[in-house]
Write a protein that binds this ligand. Structure first.
Ligand code: FAD
Length: 431
């Protein structure tokens, strides 16, 4: 008789490990299967990990987890070809341990640490093993087929936390082929730079971090963003656009990254830094409309596999962890009833939709499509804002009132009605 587990978790990213950790902590027999050589070996992230969702699982995790820097400043740059409108927040509140908000991390280190914590709770982790399919009997998932010899393993419930473009969820008919507009290809580099140089250039105290998100010219006006984050002794720089934008514009991701690195506002910050690593990965961008079926008999889909990413606020790892935690709660409830049916596990779907995950994704449900179909926001308005700021702040003997009139007329160049329509649409999508 082959060995049977209470839970099989596919994937050792933030979603899978959160679920595995909590299930094992509550006494379930858990098998976690990861295709990478070790957890994190194949994983990529800009690098901002939010505190709250992990703290709910492991209180004060930052005291032992391999975090890079707690973030005290978040900047947002609206770039044109040679300038930037800069917005942001810097506060000492985030510098105090009890108020930490988020941290930069390097996934290869972090995922290994988190998976080890789950193993300490009793999770059995197998690396270098691919789950090829779910085993289904009379419509119920009863196990998984792996690429190992004698690779079938049986369970009461399978958690699919296998990341963006989950082939396993697709095989079960939970979602269709993901469309190019629903996913962004992001490329990034880790650039080594001494800690003191990072502190000086980003105006940071020792052990404090800063994030910069860039819009507009960073993606040559295409739908997407670029980012620059500070680690202890390195920087993460990356850029991503939807696959549809890449195809339509014929841009090459690596060329775009070189463009960002050479942008006059970015270049001085990374000057002299040594390229240490080059990574590329997809990010779900479909949002609310792209969420697949989340539960079936004997199966739950969590994290990126369920498209739970808020691209506007670059939140993905927190949604992955929260959905992994919800999956564990649903499984523990099912264990009490002894039934792992879709009906019983449906509490997971309810929790996802009723929490900040469902609410935030619903709030921005039309944002990606609107920005894709109305390129003027990134291509025209951001350069206009830069021109307006330049005009306003240049002292040249022209009166402020005349400057204001000139700026107003510039915004009306698209036509009064179209400008008002643009403003209304933007308000509606972001409200
Ligand atoms: P993943 O982290 O993708 O983990 C899935 C795991 O499953 C992987 O380890 C994979 O190897 C494994 N796997 C897949 N298929 C199989 C299989 N068949 N068998 C066995 N194992 C399998 N989020 C943030 O919160 N902050 C950020 O700053 C941020 N920046 C990002 C920057 C980039 C460039 C990218 C690509 C993403 C970023 N995200 C960010 C999003 C974040 O990384 C994801 O939302 C998060 O990693 C999702 O976690 P997950 O566990 O669902 O999936």
């Amino acid at each position: 008789m082959p060995e049977k587990f209470d839970v099989i978790v596919v994937g050792a990213g933030p979603a899978g490990t959160s679920c595995a950790y909590l299930c094992a902590k509550n006494g379930l027999k858990v098998l976690q299967i990861e295709r990478g050589e070790y957890p994190g070996a194949k994983n990529v992230m800009g690098g901002v990990l939010y505190k709250q969702q992990l703290e709910e699982i492991i209180p004060e995790f930052w005291k032992e987890a391999p975090i890079e820097r707690p973030i005290v400043e978040q900047r947002m740059w609206l770039l044109d070809e040679e300038s930037a409108i800069t917005l942001g927040y810097k506060g000492q509140a985030w510098a105090n341990e009890e108020n930490y908000n988020n941290f930069t991390i390097l996934r290869a280190k972090f995922d290994q640490w988190f998976a080890k914590k789950a193993q300490e709770q009793g999770v059995t982790l197998i690396n270098e093993t691919v789950v090829d399919a779910c085993l289904v009997e009379e419509g119920k998932v009863i196990g998984v087929r792996t690429d190992r010899p004698d690779g079938d393993v049986y369970t009461d419930v399978v958690v699919l936390a296998d990341g963006v473009n989950s082939l396993l969820a697709k095989q079960l008919g939970f979602h269709e082929e993901i469309e190019p507009a629903q996913v962004a290809l992001t490329v990034m580099e880790v650039l080594n730079l001494p800690a003191e140089t990072i502190n000086e250039r980003f105006n940071l105290e020792d052990g404090q971090g800063c994030t910069i998100e860039m819009f507009g010219d960073a993606t040559k006006g295409h739908l997407g963003t670029a980012f620059l984050y500070t680690n202890k002794e390195s920087l993460n720089i990356g850029v991503g656009t939807t696959l549809s934008s890449l195809v339509n514009s014929k841009m090459k991701p690596y060329d775009l990254l070189e463009y960002v690195k050479n942008h006059p506002i970015v270049k001085p910050l990374i000057k002299g830094a040594e390229e240490a690593e080059y990574l590329a990965h997809l990010i779900p961008e479909g949002g609310y409309h792209a969420i697949p079926k989340l539960v079936g008999d004997g199966v739950i889909v969590a994290g990126d596999a369920a498209q739970l990413v808020n691209g506007i606020h670059r939140e993905g790892s927190n949604m992955a962890m929260k959905s992994g935690s919800f999956a564990a709660e649903a499984i523990l409830l099912a264990k009490q009833t002894g039934k792992y049916t879709e009906e019983v596990l449906d509490i997971y779907r309810e929790k996802v939709y009723e929490s900040f995950i469902g609410k935030d994704l619903e709030k921005y449900k039309d944002a990606t499509e609107t920005l894709e179909n109305h390129p003027q926001y990134l291509k025209e308005y951001i350069p206009m804002l830069n021109r307006a700021a330049r005009t306003f702040f240049t002292v040249d003997g022209i009166s402020k009132q005349e400057k204001q009139r000139g700026i107003f007329n510039m915004f009306m160049e698209r036509g009064k009605i179209r400008t008002v329509q643009d403003m209304y649409r933007a308000w509606k999508v972001m409200k």
